[in-house]
Each structure stands twice: as C-alpha cells, then as structure tokens.
Write a protein that binds this ligand. Structure first.
Ligand SMILES: Nc1nc2c(ncn2[C@@H]2O[C@H](COP(=O)(O)OP(=O)(O)OP(=O)(O)O)[C@@H](O)[C@H]2O)c(=O)[nH]1
Ligand SMILES: [Mg+2]
Length: 290
C-alpha cells in the first residue's frame, strides 16, 4: 500500500530543489509521516546538500536521492528460527498494538514459510480478561500447542512451563505472549524484568529474542514505548503492525535511529498470512511511492 507521503511528495517535488520552500515543505511532510522533528530536519538538510552538490533536479532523481538517504536510517534484523535448537520469542508491547495477533501470524510464518515445525504458544498475558482464551482460539485454528494457566497466574511461571515442556518434547519454537498494560511504568518495568530473568535463566543455549510490537497508527508515541521497553529488558528487534491501517508509518525511522533497534517483521492485515520479513527497500519505496 502506498503511503500518504507519496502523493504530497509528488506535489511538492514540482516546486524543485532550487526553491527553499521545497525543503521546508519536505520537512513538514516527513514530520507528518511520523519521522519526528529531528530526523525530518536532518533528512531535509542532507537532501538540500546533495541536491546542490550533485545538481539534482526533476522528480525522479530527487525522489531517488531521498530514498537513499532514508535507507541509511533503516536497520533490519533476521530473526528467523534456527531449526537446530529451541527459539524463544518474548513478545512485548503496550495495550492493543497487536501482540497476540502477531504471535499467531509468526507461528504460521515459522511453520509454513520457514519450514520449522514444533511451535508452542505460552499464554503469558494472565492479566487481561479473556487474553488466555484469545490465544487459545489461535492455537486451535493453527493446530499448535498452547501452555496456559488461569487468569491471574504468574506469567513467568507460565512461560517457564512452556520452555520446560518444549525442551522435553523437542519442540523448536516458543512464542510467549505478555500483558500490555502500562498504567504504571515502574510496575510494568519490574514485571517485565522479572519475566525476562526467568526466561533468560532457563533459555540456556536457546536462541532467545525480545520482540517489541509497534503499532504503525500510534505515531510518535511509538518512540516513547520503544524507549521504555528497551530500557526495561533490551529489545532485540521490533515488528511494525497495522501498516495497512495508516497513511503514515514513518515511526520506524526514529526508532532505528535513536535506539538502534532493528525491525524484523511488518504486518499489514488481519489474516494469518499478513506478515513478512521487514525489507528496508520495500518499506522506503512504499513510503515514498516509488
Ligand atoms: N488491520 C490490522 N489490524 C491488526 C493488525 N495486527 C493486529 N490487528 C488488530 O488489532 C487489534 C488488537 O490486536 P491484539 O493482537 O489483540 O493486540 P494485543 O497487543 O495483544 O492487545 P492486548 O492483549 O489487549 O494488549 C485486533 O483487532 C487485531 O485484529 C494488522 O497488522 N492490521
Ligand atoms: Mg494480547
């Protein structure tokens, strides 16, 4: 899906780089697309410098120069499971960003697209009413095992059980759900650190990844969320969700730049197959309407 930035960009590209108004408009557009003020200014300045130096003019060369500048900010990571050992994914994020849905999508992706079977879901959101049932519905639809306890159970204990039983059965992938509440930051951080200690302690020679879910529709708030989770447990990579539901989506860039968190997946729909590995070129081309 092409983003709103692409249409407006086409309009201002007509102004041309010899006119200072072009760079001001560009900066505004980048802010509107969720890149944040600091990055927007930096990008516009870099493009101004390059346009003058290389005497760039015309829509295509400018757009391509802009693409190359943005590409330098985007960091990606390959979090595909290693078929020769256990792979543990702790899925983090605030309320409603798409954690549980992403777990279901990844379960299918790992089995079908990566060909690694033996997936277990751990119902680590023991806080929200019906969260366990929601994950259970996905597990049944996908035909994968789930480890669950009652609402209110200790999430660390649920995830520990999942790891233990997966190891005993030789299963390869544990996808652990977590609660997204953020009513109290100190509380959330302490709880996550406790879960993380338990998982890290049990993970042994497993591949253990902390995966942060960022909702593309939440805008600049995504950067603050990333800061909080990164500070709490250290995020290995992020997933951008609901990319289909926004004309923006530029939040990836400030997160990569200021926190050096790479993006591993992008989700753009409500079907299980609506997830793919994060491709920097595809993302930037789409953002710019190339
Ligand atoms: N359009 C669209 N909707 C999505 C996507 N990912 C998730 N959703 C929807 O977003 C809503 C919330 O998704 P959940 O997976 O329940 O989010 P969560 O982070 O687990 O929420 P909590 O458990 O309440 O913290 C659901 O209605 C999902 O269908 C996506 O990529 N695109
Ligand atoms: Mg959930």
């Amino acid at each position: 899906m092409k983003k709103g930035l692409s249409v407006k960009l086409r309009q201002i590209l007509g102004i041309g780089p010899t006119n200072e108004a072009f760079f001001e408009e560009l900066e505004d557009l980048l802010v509107e697309a969720d890149l944040g003020g600091a990055v927007a200014m930096e990008v516009a300045d870099t493009l101004r410098r390059e346009a003058r130096k290389e005497r760039l003019d015309g829509e295509r060369p400018l757009r391509e120069a802009l693409r190359d500048i943005l590409l330098q900010y985007v960091v990606t990571a390959d979090l595909s499971p290693d078929p020769n050992r256990m792979n543990v994914y702790l899925v983090l994020g605030v309320n409603g960003v798409g954690k549980t849905t992403t777990i279901a999508k990844l379960a299918r992706h790992f089995e079908v697209d990566c060909g690694v079977s033996g997936v277990v879901l751990a119902a680590g959101d023991t806080f929200r009413a019906a969260a366990v049932e929601q994950l259970d519905v996905h597990a049944h639809r996908l035909g994968v095992r789930i480890v669950r306890q009652a609402q209110g159970a200790d999430p660390g204990a649920v995830i520990y059980d999942a790891l233990q039983s997966a190891a005993n059965r030789g299963e390869r992938i544990v996808l652990a759900d977590t609660a997204g509440r953020m009513h109290n930051r100190a509380n959330l951080v302490a709880e996550l650190q406790k879960i993380d200690r338990i998982v890290a302690g049990r993970a042994g020679d497993c591949s253990y990844r902390r995966l942060l879910v960022i909702d593309a529709t939440t805008g600049q708030n995504g950067l603050r969320q990333a800061e909080t989770f990164h500070e709490a447990v250290g995020v290995d990579a992020a997933v951008l969700t609901k990319y289909d539901s926004t004309a923006k989506g530029g939040i990836v860039i400030p997160i990569c730049k200021s926190l050096a968190i790479p993006f591993a997946y992008i989700a753009d729909g409500e079907s299980y197959s609506d997830i793919r590995r994060f491709d920097a070129h595809a993302y930037v081309n789409d953002l710019l309407g190339l």
